[in-house]
Design a protein around this ligand. Structure first.
Ligand SMILES: [Fe+2]
Length: 273
């Protein structure tokens, strides 16, 4: 091989390695969304944490807790899969995270599929309640934060049973207060048809893990549970005929054996203004 070809091959190899290395960097990242609404009179900041799956964020989960604190949220919402069903993932990490969050902010939680798959969903709910989280299972709460009242509604993961899930959705829809900004907290992003036209201002979801592998600007996720290949709702902001859906790519890393690619772990901040 000529010297020039060898140099080109080497340069190409180095460039490819750098691209792969950069893609595998799953450092915690903050993504902020702003939602403007006539129902809110000044900024209210929500921190959305989802799909933690008991993953490690340093001693005492400090990295994650510090990242949340740096964003100065008014309240924290957890949209499921905070606890993992695999026993290799230590549940204490999830509990310690929620307990520390609840010491500083109001915390609202809904289940994900993994809490149900653990076979101990009621026990997990009780533990999280003990940690200070408000568990929403087909319920809504009027919350005062930053001097504003907003309505936080929440439904369990559909693993609760399809009929029970639909009933929970109907209950929170019926409880919507006119002229109060409403948030539906749910695990599943793919149930868009169920969320559309109900009058929620904002729907917050997780579950898709960003489609695990991404190529920013080209592919917004390769595969996601319940959506399959090239998932439409892998992560980002979507308009559901007047309702905004925000899907977080979540906080999981080592709970999933396939590494994330151009898909850093995500803390989502939503500023209502
Ligand atoms: Fe999930």
């Amino acid at each position: 091989m000529k010297k020039r070809s060898k140099t080109l091959l080497l340069a190409g190899g180095i460039a490819a390695s750098l691209l792969v290395w950069a893609g595998l960097d799953s450092q915690l990242t903050v993504r902020e969304y702003t939602i403007e609404s006539g129902k809110v009179d000044g900024p209210v900041r929500l921190a959305l944490l989802t799909d933690l799956h008991c993953c490690y964020y340093g001693e005492g989960q400090r990295e994650l807790l510090d990242a949340v604190a740096a964003q100065q949220p008014d309240l924290v919402v957890l949209s499921g899969d905070i606890v993992d069903d695999e026993t290799r993932m230590p549940e204490e990490r999830a509990l310690a995270t929620v307990e520390a969050l609840a010491e500083q902010w109001p915390v609202y939680y809904v289940t994900g599929n993994h809490e149900f798959w653990s076979g101990r969903v009621d026990e997990i709910k009780a533990e999280l309640r003990q940690c200070g989280a408000v568990i929403l299972e087909g319920e809504s709460a009027l919350v005062t934060a930053a001097g504003q009242t907003i309505q936080i509604c929440g439904v369990d993961d559909p693993n609760v049973g399809e009929r029970a899930w639909q009933a929970q959705l109907e209950t929170v829809t019926a409880a919507l207060e006119e002229d109060v900004f409403s948030v539906l907290l749910t695990h599943r992003p793919e149930r868009v048809e169920d969320y559309t036209g109900r009058g929620f201002d904002l729907v917050l979801a997780g579950h898709a893990h960003g489609g695990q592998w991404r190529l920013p600007g080209l592919i917004n996720g390769l595969i996601a549970p319940n959506q399959g290949i090239f998932p439409q709702y892998a992560g980002g902001e979507y308009d559901l005929e007047g309702t905004t859906l925000i899907v977080s790519r979540g906080l999981a890393r080592e709970s999933t054996r396939v590494p994330r690619f151009y898909n850093p772990r995500l803390l989502v901040i939503i500023e209502l203004t």
